[in-house]
Structures are given as structure tokens and as C-alpha cells.
Design a protein around this ligand. Structure first.
Ligand code: PA5
Length: 478
């Protein structure tokens, strides 16, 4: 029996959210959210909870079924990962946005912090992982200094199958592989995309690439628990079945209608009320390097899902909350000054860890200098916990809204849980804001403008529109 099949173990791994410091009873009436204001929303909350269920039933929230409907795919993923492990030294993800941020976040959370620098043996025989989530020519060029493409597998990931960044990365790699390997290049490429739509699936079929599919109803930023994230994770030795088990547990926890018993719903409700009160910035501050890129992943999820011009009735609403990424304790020495004394426009979410996977003792020394020697005999674990508690206290004292999400320990189960809970929180916040949390017209606009600028056929009108934009004045360029 796997550990995640045991109820007791699962419960011991439950993520908690402490929202004391969001509440007026604790943080004061001026900034805090009162229980009465949550209760006044009760009809709206019930409607939103019902809409979550209705949409799920109607197949409009397919990310929620991912923990359950991928058994055969998981087998294929593990099998493919094993073949890659046997044959390749490096695995490179070509993708951007929702096709890159999840793989980066999960790898950072669950593998060694210097994974790529370890010897193959110390990596358990698994290949190194690189995620090319940009089109910076210097970075792309630098990649070829650290990989041998003959010993590298490339995973092209794009839901739409047409994103310029990803397709450019793909064209570069394909050309290099063909030059080196001729017709035998195909088994160096795996395509993860929509099963029917887009150019990548056409190309993959034509070239004979191995393919994995992103379910039609799962958008980029909600796709980490599809082959988008599962393949890179499996290739690097992460237990993807445990990841999905964590998500299934989170589904159980976030399927309760009562907001006081549903962490994801409560979190969304508090953020919604905070937004209404002008808190337009959502800071995520993990106190663990392992969770550093969770804040990046969350930033896309929160920004693209909730930053909307129109509500569902087509009324202009201009809603959303700007996500900011910070890292505890590093950013205590950079941003916390602003958080405690700047404008009252933020909600800070601390991501904490109950127990770190390692313990590091601070050596004793300089007994004659008490201001230094007091550190000796403690551990870095105690220090980082104390710093998190101290920052939380500083924010409380300055009456700044903050909440703490704690993972008992970082493992595949808690990471699956966290990803899923934050996705449900986002979807529920979308319901409360009465917007479509699953589209991204603002991103599409930028993508289309890029196509037009680079001369993609069919985008001539967009090119004309761009050409008629106001000309830049020399006087404003100094
Ligand atoms: O969430 C989204 O849909 C987007 O941010 C996409 O992830 C991003 O634009 C990349 O798109 P694609 O996977 O189609 O290449």
C-alpha cells in the first residue's frame, strides 16, 4: 500500500491556511475583514459554490477531474520517462507561460536544489532538466554549451500549438537535430499539445513524434497536472501518482460548500473582499527556496485568470489583483519595508513549511560577543521559522492583511494538493468576480500582434492596425 493510500498519512499531510491576520478581530476594523462581511455575502457564496458544481458537471471545469481521469496516461508517461532515462542525459522543455511555469515550480519543489549540477548517479540516473521559457537568443545559445543534443530529448509543449516563442524554439531544435541525425531525429522530440487543434499536432503526426495531449477543456495555466507537468516531473524521478493523489485529496477538501470548511473558497472570499477594499496587490512570499517558483506559477494563474476587462454580462469591470513574487527571508531585506509602511494595497500570502527536509545546525562561536554567539546552538530551521513569524508579526503590527498557508512538509503529495487548492481558489474568485477565469484575451492580443509584426499570413489587417499606432516622438526618447 502506498503511503498516500492511507487516510491517516493523508490527514497528516493536510495543508492548512491561517487567516487570523485577515480578520478585523485580529488586525483591527480599519483594514481587517469582519466575519459579518463574510456572512453578508452568504447568498453570493452559495451561488458561486453551486456554479462551481454546475460548471464541473457541464464539463466547463475540466482541471478538476485531472486527479481521476488519467490512469492510462500516467502509465504511458512513466513508461516514456523510463525510456528517456535510459537513453538521454538531458531533457529540455520548450514552452512558455502555462506550458513552462508548472514544470519549473514542481522540479524546484521536489528535486535537489542543484539537481542539474549533481552527477548522473546522484540524480538517480535521471536526465538533467532545462526549461526554455523565453526566446532570449543569448540564453538559447547558452543552452547548447551545456547539452549535447544527440543525448537530449526535447518536449515541445504548447496547448494552442501555435505560440511564436515555442514554435521558434522548436524550429531551431528541429533543424539542429535534423542536421546532426538526419531522418533518425524524430525520437528526440515529444510533443504535448491539443489532440486535434493547432499546428503542432499536424507537425507531430507528419513527423511521427511521440505525443501527449492536453485535455481540450484545460487551459495552459491550469494544465500542470496534465502531461504538461507530469512528463517533465516523471522524467526527473518525481512520483507523479503521489502528485495526483495530493490533488485528489485537495479536491475532497475543496468540494465542501461551506466556506468556513473549505480553504480554497475561504481564501478566494477573503481576497475578493480585500479587492473590494482596494487591496489590488497579492504578494506570495514562500519561506522555502523549494517553493520559490510556486510564486511564479501562482502569479500567472492569478493574473491571467482574474485580470479582466469585462464581466460575464459584458459590462466593463476592470478587475484583478496584481501578483507579486517575493521570497522569505531574502525579500525581508528588499520588499518588506514597503509591505509594512507603504500603501495599504496588499494582501501577503506566506507559504510556510512545517518541517524542512534537512536540518542545519548553526555552529557555536565567539562566546565573548553575545550578539553573535546567541545564534550558535540554534538551527537554520529555527532561524527561518523565527524570521517568518517575525515578518508576520511586523505586518500584523502595521495592520497589513496577511495569511499563512503551511505545507506540513514539501513532498509530491503536498505539492499536488497546493497546486490544486490554488487553482480552485482562483476559479472560485472568478465566480465571485463574475468573470471568465479561463480565457485570456489580453494575452491573445499580444500573441496576434507578434504574428502580425513577423508577417504571419492572415494577420495583414492586424499589421495595418499596428502600423497606424501613434508614431514615437523623438523628444520623448532621451
Ligand atoms: O494560460 C494560458 O493559456 C497562457 O498563458 C498559455 O499558457 C501561454 O500563452 C502559452 O500558450 P500555449 O501553451 O498555447 O503555447
Amino acid at each position: 500500500m502506498k503511503r498516500y493510500e492511507k487516510r491517516e498519512w493523508k490527514e497528516s499531510m493536510k495543508i492548512t491556511m491561517d487567516f487570523n491576520n485577515m480578520m478585523s478581530e485580529v488586525i483591527g476594523d480599519e483594514q481587517g475583514i469582519s466575519k459579518a462581511s463574510i456572512d453578508q455575502l452568504s447568498d453570493r457564496l452559495k451561488e458561486a459554490a453551486q456554479a462551481m458544481k454546475d460548471k464541473r458537471k457541464a464539463g466547463k471545469m475540466d482541471f478538476r477531474d485531472l486527479p481521476y481521469n488519467q490512469k492510462d496516461i500516467v502509465k504511458d508517461l512513466i513508461d516514456t520517462a523510463n525510456k528517456i532515462k535510459d537513453r538521454f542525459d538531458a531533457f529540455v522543455v520548450l514552452g512558455i507561460g502555462g506550458s513552462a511555469l508548472g514544470p519549473i515550480a514542481v522540479q524546484q519543489a521536489l528535486n535537489h536544489m542543484h539537481y542539474n549540477e549533481l552527477s548522473k548517479e546522484d540524480r538517480g540516473g535521471y536526465p538533467r532538466l532545462y526549461v526554455v521559457d523565453n526566446v532570449d537568443p543569448e540564453r538559447m545559445d547558452a543552452l547548447f554549451d551545456v547539452i549535447d543534443i544527440e543525448k537530449t530529448a526535447f518536449n515541445v509543449i504548447t496547448k494552442s500549438g501555435s505560440t511564436s516563442e515555442t514554435m521558434s524554439q522548436f524550429l531551431i531544435i528541429q533543424d539542429m537535430l535534423k542536421t546532426k541525425l538526419g531522418d533518425k531525429y524524430q525520437d528526440h522530440i515529444i510533443a504535448t499539445t491539443d489532440a486535434e487543434n493547432g499546428n503542432l499536432i499536424k507537425i507531430a503526426k507528419q513527423e511521427g513524434f511521440k505525443t501527449f495531449f492536453i485535455p481540450r477543456g484545460v487551459g495552459g495555466r491550469f494544465s500542470e497536472l496534465t502531461p504538461v507537468g507530469l512528463l517533465p516531473a516523471a522524467v526527473c524521478g518525481i512520483d507523479i501518482e503521489e502528485l495526483l493523489a495530493g490533488a485528489a485529496y485537495a479536491d475532497e477538501l475543496s468540494s465542501v460548500d461551506n466556506v468556513y470548511e473549505n480553504m480554497a473558497y475561504m481564501a478566494a472570499t477573503l481576497q475578493y473582499l480585500a479587492m473590494k477594499a482596494g487591496k489590488n496587490i497579492s504578494v506570495m512570499m514562500p519561506y522555502a527556496d523549494s517553493l520559490k517558483y510556486m510564486a511564479d506559477w501562482y502569479a500567472q494563474l492569478w493574473a491571467e485568470s482574474l485580470g479582466k476587462r469585462y464581466d460575464l454580462e459584458g459590462k466593463e469591470v476592470f478587475v484583478g489583483q496584481t501578483p507579486v513574487k517575493a521570497l522569505g527571508v531574502t525579500d525581508q531585506h528588499s520588499q518588506v519595508q514597503l509591505y509594512t509602511e507603504g500603501p495599504f494595497d496588499k494582501v501577503v500570502t506566506f507559504l510556510g513549511v512545517g518541517e524542512y527536509r534537512k536540518t542545519m545546525e548553526i555552529a557555536r562561536g565567539y562566546e565573548d560577543i553575545p550578539a553573535v554567539s546567541f545564534l550558535g546552538g540554534h538551527t537554520l530551521n529555527e532561524l527561518i521559522h523565527a524570521e517568518q513569524a517575525a515578518t508576520e508579526y511586523a505586518l500584523l503590527k502595521a495592520k497589513r492583511l496577511n495569511r499563512t498557508i503551511t505545507l506540513p512538509v514539501v513532498n509530491a503529495f503536498t505539492i499536488g494538493q497546493l497546486l490544486y487548492l490554488l487553482e480552485v481558489e482562483t476559479a472560485f474568485a472568478g465566480e465571485l468576480l463574475n468573470i471568465d477565469a479561463f480565457d485570456q484575451p489580453g494575452v491573445e492580443e499580444g500573441k496576434n500582434a507578434t504574428y502580425a509584426l513577423l508577417g504571419r499570413p492572415g494577420y495583414e489587417e492586424k499589421k495595418q492596425e499596428l502600423d497606424s499606432r501613434p508614431k514615437k516622438k523623438e523628444e520623448y526618447i532621451i
